[in-house]
Write a protein that binds this ligand. Structure first.
Ligand SMILES: [Zn+2]
Length: 69
């Protein structure tokens, strides 16, 4: 199992930058998806335009701040 497959299976948490752009958990690049500090995503298929991968992510569903300043 590759690390990407593990990420896909787990529904990883992803980071959001100061502008609200959701970051790709695979390469760390900015995606075209935005989120608010109070946005909640569960098992969202996040597509990254940089590495062309779709990763299932969760955001703000496990408590704690979703947005990193
Ligand atoms: Zn990526």
């Amino acid at each position: 199992m590759t690390s990407a497959d593990r990420l896909r299976a787990a529904g990883v948490r992803c980071a959001v930058d100061a502008q609200g752009w959701v970051r790709c958990p695979v390469c760390g690049c900015k995606t075209r998806t935005k989120a608010r500090p109070d946005t909640v995503l569960a098992n969202f298929p996040l597509f990254c335009p940089k590495c062309h991968r779709e990763t299932v992510v969760s955001l703000g569903t496990e408590g704690g701040p979703a947005v990193r300043p």
